[in-house]
Design a binder for this molecule. Structure first.
Ligand SMILES: NC(=O)c1ccc[n+]([C@@H]2O[C@H](COP(=O)([O-])OP(=O)(O)OC[C@H]3O[C@@H](n4cnc5c(N)ncnc54)[C@H](O)[C@@H]3O)[C@@H](O)[C@H]2O)c1
Length: 342
């Protein structure tokens, strides 16, 4: 194998930082233009400063920004809405506030839940708009984004958080369950991005964070539909990040580990947690049993996280300090990510 970067070559500039040979750059006029700008930047970096413009970019404020958070009525979405507000952003919280699909083994969020999120956002002295809508409904999702732009003046941030979870072995899974999980988690997330992107593209600014899952980073027995949807949103994120990278818009994913919310605090999810821990669950597993099954595998010594422990990673990705973070997956998993390689 030849190493064009380190091999002495009269046509090869001293350009190890970029990993591109001078000969290759000059191959086309476009390459030559790109080469000039890359070399210019590389030289600037070595002759002027080693750390960019020498200003520490540690401003994590979202003052003056506005955000749309889907699935904001409770759980992780609520924690993100409140954390964004605490950092200075006005927030629109969107939620279906109803049963999102048959066969969910946990109760639906309600209009009162969404209103409670609104009170918490307002307690941070930020503006709040609550919207009841289904992210599978593209016109309704677009209307929400348009309303945010109209009432806040612009939309800087979108957090695609809403999702559902249904477990079951693939061979036995009903068509209905498979389609509902993919429709909410993958199609609904894509709808959310398609609704906000035109507004961000027109201003050449945007921060998009998709809430994926640890189950979008590894397999999960009986969780094929959910895991497929969460691997799917990571592929979606990486592709869209590339499409809009030159337009001032970043797109990233945050992958929570197990978090204590209505989605997980129920006998159905606890049974899967027990099976994951090698235990045979009965019909009504207790919290103590689940904790005992999870603790031996718990990297940070806790059985699950709280929603407000996920939210700060999301806030960071929305700040200007993260303006060069895009196409990335951020695990907020209390260390579960030590167990997978990608
Ligand atoms: N709780 C966990 O352990 C965990 C772990 C990894 C990832 N996640 C992800 O975090 C996100 C939030 O999950 P959570 O645990 O807070 O669950 P949750 O059920 O408490 O909250 C999800 C919210 O999304 C809303 N929603 C569902 N379908 C919708 C739709 N079609 N349109 C609009 N709103 C809809 C629900 O009404 C609910 O308020 C989800 O993407 C989930 O997959 C959760």
């Amino acid at each position: 194998m030849t190493n064009e970067v380190s091999k002495p070559d009269p046509n090869h500039s001293d350009n190890a930082r970029t990993g591109v040979t001078r000969r290759k750059m000059l191959a086309t006029s476009a390459g030559a233009l790109l080469g000039a700008s890359v070399i210019g930047r590389a030289q600037g970096a070595t002759t002027k400063t080693d750390i960019g413009d020498m200003k520490p970019h540690v401003d994590f404020s979202l003052q003056g920004k506005s955000a749309l958070v889907t699935g904001a009525a409770r759980g992780i979405g609520r924690a993100i809405a409140v954390a964004l507000a605490a950092a200075g952003a006005d927030v629109m919280g969107l939620d279906i506030c109803a049963v999102a699909a048959p066969n969910l083994v946990y109760p639906p969020a309600t209009a009162d839940d969404l209103a409670a999120t609104g009170k918490l956002v307002q307690a941070q002295k930020r503006r709040w708009i609550g919207v009841t809508a289904d992210i599978r409904d593209m016109p309704a999702t677009q209307a929400a984004a348009e309303r945010a732009v109209k009432e806040f003046g612009k939309l800087d941030i979108a957090i695609a958080n809403a999702a559902i979870q249904i477990y079951g072995p693939l061979a036995e899974m009903s068509d209905e369950n498979w389609k509902n999980v993919i429709d909410v988690n993958l199609n609904g997330t894509a709808n959310t991005l398609r609704a906000v992107l035109p507004h961000m593209l027109s201003r050449k600014y945007g921060r998009i964070v998709i809430i994926a899952s640890g189950q979008g980073r590894h397999g999960f027995k009986n969780g094929s539909a959910y895991a497929a949807s969460k691997w799917g949103v990571i592929g979606l994120m990486k592709s869209v990040a590339w499409e809009v990278g030159k337009e001032g818009i970043t797109v990233n994913c945050v992958e929570p580990g197990l978090v204590d919310t209505a989605l997980t605090r129920n006998p159905g999810r606890w049974k899967e947690a027990l099976k994951e821990g090698g235990k045979q669950p009965n019909d009504q597993p207790t919290e103590q049993e689940v904790i005992a099954a999870r603790l031996p595998q718990a990297v940070m010594g806790i059985p699950w996280m709280q929603p407000d422990e996920v939210a700060p990673a999301v806030v960071f990705l929305c700040t200007d300090a993260a303006n060069r973070v895009s196409g990335a997956t951020y695990d907020a998993s209390a260390g579960d990510s030590v167990k997978y390689t990608a």
